[in-house]
Design a protein around this ligand. Sequence first.
Ligand SMILES: NC(=O)c1ccc[n+]([C@@H]2O[C@H](COP(=O)([O-])OP(=O)(O)OC[C@H]3O[C@@H](n4cnc5c(N)ncnc54)[C@H](OP(=O)(O)O)[C@@H]3O)[C@@H](O)[C@H]2O)c1
Length: 244
Amino acid sequence: MTADKTSLVIGAGSSIATALIGQILQESDSRVIAISRGDKPESLAQAGGGLHWLQSDYSEASIAELAEQVSQLAPQLHRLFICNGILHDGDYQPEKRLEDLQLDTVQQVMRVNALLPMLWLKALKPGLRRSPGCQVTVFSARVGSIGDNGKGGWYAYRASKAALNMLLKNAAIEFNRLRHQLQFLLFHPGTTDTALSRPFQDAVPEDKLFSPEFVASRLLGLLDELPPEPAIQFLDWDGKTVPW
Ligand SMILES: NC(=O)c1ccc[n+]([C@@H]2O[C@H](COP(=O)([O-])OP(=O)(O)OC[C@H]3O[C@@H](n4cnc5c(N)ncnc54)[C@H](OP(=O)(O)O)[C@@H]3O)[C@@H](O)[C@H]2O)c1
């Protein structure tokens, strides 16, 4: 695997991530290392040698081990995407009111949505330091915007994405201070037809429900045009700034 145009996609089982991987692999000389809890999806079965699929249980030990494998496969990264996010899971549904708050589920949503991306950044830091200009995209959500919160509800998901935004801003400042010239993007994909949004799609007008392929191509287009400054931006699928 050559190093110059290698993208790393974490949370690669996400429908948006899978579409993203398919589109990246169509670009010439592009390669993808994908990390997921699960197997390579059927839609990527024909992807060929440009795709290296690794599995992780996202424990700290597994993250450290896989970060080492990534640095062997690709000493420099062109782009990094961290796609993980949960909104509902089994019995857990997003809270409508304070009475719905459960410590265990809030902790789990925080762990997956806010803390896991940071554990990956921590483990990948040596490789990122060798990758000037690398673009780091982490999937956030407009509902994680404190300024935009007019409706309330979804306590854990909103709070976890707001925490993610703060944590990534910290990381961007740290990398910038070390003069590593990375570009950070907190990305809001818009309501996209995936397992995550499926229970909540009834209220979404048809033209506001995007396909994973549409969102993936908007994201890649955005990254192609992303200016080097500011070092971190919170943008939606249309390239518009989302208030912090
Ligand atoms: N769909 C929307 O309308 C929408 C709107 C705003 C923001 N987003 C954000 O977009 C991102 C991609 O989501 P999607 O819509 O493509 O949803 P999806 O298809 O349901 O993908 C779920 C993602 O979360 C990861 N994940 C799920 N449970 C996990 C767990 N217990 N531990 C660790 N990782 C877990 C999966 O990783 P594995 O590959 O390891 O399974 C996968 O990356 C998420 O961050 C989501 O918050 C989506």
